[in-house]
Design a protein around this ligand. Sequence first.
Ligand SMILES: Cc1cc2nc3c(=O)[nH]c(=O)nc-3n(C[C@H](O)[C@H](O)[C@H](O)COP(=O)(O)OP(=O)(O)OC[C@H]3O[C@@H](n4cnc5c(N)ncnc54)[C@H](O)[C@@H]3O)c2cc1C
Length: 536
Amino acid sequence: VEPERRRSWYGWGWEDEAVPEADAAALGQGLAAMFGLSLDRVSPPRPDEVDLPASRVRAPGSLPPLRTGTRDRAGHTYGKAFRDVARAFDRRWENPPDAVAYPRSERDVVALLDWAVDAGVALIPYGGGSSVVGGVEPDPNSERPVVSVDLRHLSGVVEVDTVSRAARIRAGTFGPDADRALRVHGLSMRHFPQSYEHSTVGGWVATRSGGHFATGPTHIDDLVESVRAVTPVGLWESRRLPASGAGPSPDRLLLGSEGTLGVITEVWLRVHERPRWRSSAALTFASLDAAAAAARACAQSGLQPSNCRLLDPTEAVSAGVTDSSSLLLVGFESADHSVRPWLDRAVEIAQDLGGRLRGPVRHSGPGADGTVDAVPSDADPASAWREAFLRAPYLRDVLVSFGVIAETFETACTWEAFPDLHRRVVAAVQDVLAQVCGGGQVGMRVTHVYPDGPAPYYTVLAPGRTGSLVAQWDEVKAAASEAITAAGGTITHHHAVGRTHRPGYDDQRPAPFAAALAAAKHAVDPHDVLHPGLLT
Ligand SMILES: Cc1cc2nc3c(=O)[nH]c(=O)nc-3n(C[C@H](O)[C@H](O)[C@H](O)COP(=O)(O)OP(=O)(O)OC[C@H]3O[C@@H](n4cnc5c(N)ncnc54)[C@H](O)[C@@H]3O)c2cc1C
C-alpha cells in the first residue's frame, strides 16, 4: 500500500516535496551573498511546540465529529501567504478555530449549519486553505467560537455531459483529481492557477480564481455553468445554462462570495477537449515599455494567445535572461487545429515592436507540426521559467526560515494607466523597503492581458528580521496597496479580498453596492454564521 501523501500543515505543498536540506543551505548562502548579510536559520515549527487555547465547542453525536487535535486546528488557522508561513515560523497561533469539521456529504453540511445557528458558532468554509489574503482566518475581533469546515471529502467528478462539454464536480475536489477524472473523457478543466495542486474547485469559485492562461476563458467565472450551495435558509442552486439574460445572475453573486453567503457543495464547470497542438516562442526587448507595447498589441489583435506573459528584467533572470532585457513569452494551443499561423503572427507583431526571438520557436502536435523549428542556442527560457514558477512556493518557505521577505501582490489597470501605476508602485515599494529592510528588490510580470489592460504581478524579495517579518511585510504591503489605489488599479486581480484586502475593498467599492451586499448576506444568513466579518 502506498503511504498517503501529506500536505504541509504550516507551509506550502506536499511534505515529501519540500526543498532538500543541501539545496536549502545553498539557497541560504546565495541569499547571504545577495544581501551582503549573514542569515540565521529558524527551524520549521513542530506540532508539539504549538500551544493553543482550549477549544470552546463540543458537537452533538448527530454531527460529523469535530476534530480538535493540534495539527487540525493549527493547520486551519492560516492560509498560505508569506505572512501565514512567517507566523508559523514565529510559533504564533493566536486565533485558531476551535475545531475542524470534515463533512462527508451535503447532508453533513446542512447539519453543521443548523447546529451552528443554534449554538451561536461561526463556520468558515475551507477548501485547500491556499488563500493568500487571510481568507480562512477567523474574525480577530469576535469572541464567538469558530469551526473550520474542511470540504476535502466532498470530492470527485460526479457527472460529465460530453455533449455540452460540462462536468459536475464536488466542491472539495483538488485540481489534479478533477482533471484525472476528466482525462478519461479526453477533457480538461483548463483552469490552472499556480496553486492548482493544492486548491479546490469550491475555493476557486468562492475566490474568483485566475488560471495561468493570459487571455480567453482563464478566470473560473468564465467556466462556471451553475453552482449549488447550502445557505442557512436553504439550497441555492442555479440552472445549467450556457448564458442567460434574466436579471442579475445568481452565480455571479456566489462567485467571489468567499464563504460568506453559502457553502458551495457542487459546481458545473464548462470543460474543454485536451489541446493537441501547441506553439510557443520567447522574445526579448531592450525596454519594458517596448515589451508592454508588444503585449498590448497581442492582446488587442484578437489572436487570443493562451500565454502572453511579460517579465521585467528582474523576473526574466529566472528564465535565464541576464542581460537586462524584458521577456515576452507567447503561446497558443488548440484541440482542433494547428496554431502555427497564430504564433507566426504574434511573433511578427512582437518583432515589429522591437522583439528579438530568444530560444526555439516550438510547435508540437499531430502531423507536420510535431516538429521543433529551431535548435535552441541556449537554455529554453519558457521551460526554465515554468519550472521556476512551480518550485517557487516551496522555495518561499525556505526563504522565510532564513528571515527573508518573499511575497507577491497583484493588480489590474487599463493600458493607459499602466506606465504610471508601474512607476508609482515600484517607487513606493523601493522606498518602503529601504526604510523597513534597508533594501531589497521588486520584480514585475504581467500574468494576464486584456484588450483594455494588463494584470501586473509583483514579487518582493528583501532581507527581513526574524520575529518582525510580518510587521515588516505589512508595511510594504500597505505602501503597495496605497500606490495601486492611487494609480487606479484594483486592490486584487485574482487573490480575492480576505482579511488582508478588506480595507482596500471597502475603499474601492461603491457604497450602495456595499449596502446591497450586506442586505443579501443578511437575507441568506440572518444569524451571521458564515465567515462573519469577511466581506460585509
Ligand atoms: C503559491 C500560491 C499560488 C497561488 N496562485 C494563484 C493563482 O494562480 N490564481 C489564483 O486565483 N489564486 C492563486 N492563489 C490563491 C489561492 O490558491 C486561490 O485563492 C484559490 O482559489 C483558493 O482555493 P482553496 O480551495 O485553497 O480555498 P481556501 O483557501 O480554502 O479558501 C479561500 C476562500 O474561499 C472560501 N471557500 C473555500 N471553499 C469554499 C466552498 N466550498 N464554499 C464556500 N466558500 C469556500 C473560504 O472560506 C475562503 O474565504 C495562490 C496561492 C498560493 C499560496
